[in-house]
Write a protein that binds this ligand. Sequence first.
Ligand SMILES: [Zn+2]
Length: 137
Amino acid sequence: MVENSELRKAGLKVTLPRVKILQMLDSAEQRHMSAEDVYKSLMDAGEDVGLATVYRVLTQFEAAGLVVRHNFDGGHAVFELADGGHHDHMVCVDTGDVIEFFDAEIEKRQKEIVREHGFELVDHNLVLYVRRNAAKP
Ligand SMILES: [Zn+2]
């Protein structure tokens, strides 16, 4: 199973809850899930994994670099698999929906601005808080 080797590669022992949670993150339509989302999806799938276990495993995954945790304002922490390339996020303040985006121009400008201040960019995290336009364009 792919999940087993991914766990081993991350230096984690293969346990049933870890495999189930990794499978869930891998197959879920939603790329950004809170611990509660993962817990509910597992319950819906008939898997018996407690919420405390979900929290613990997600924290272990984060420490092992398997998932990235985002602490967006006004919501629960959400987790996503650390498999994609770099991207930034928009969060809808009404629904909590998370939208991913990448803009080469923004990436470039950020590096330039940092350089103008005498630094080099190590990492960044850009979150835009958004609301859907009420009026149709
Ligand atoms: Zn993302």
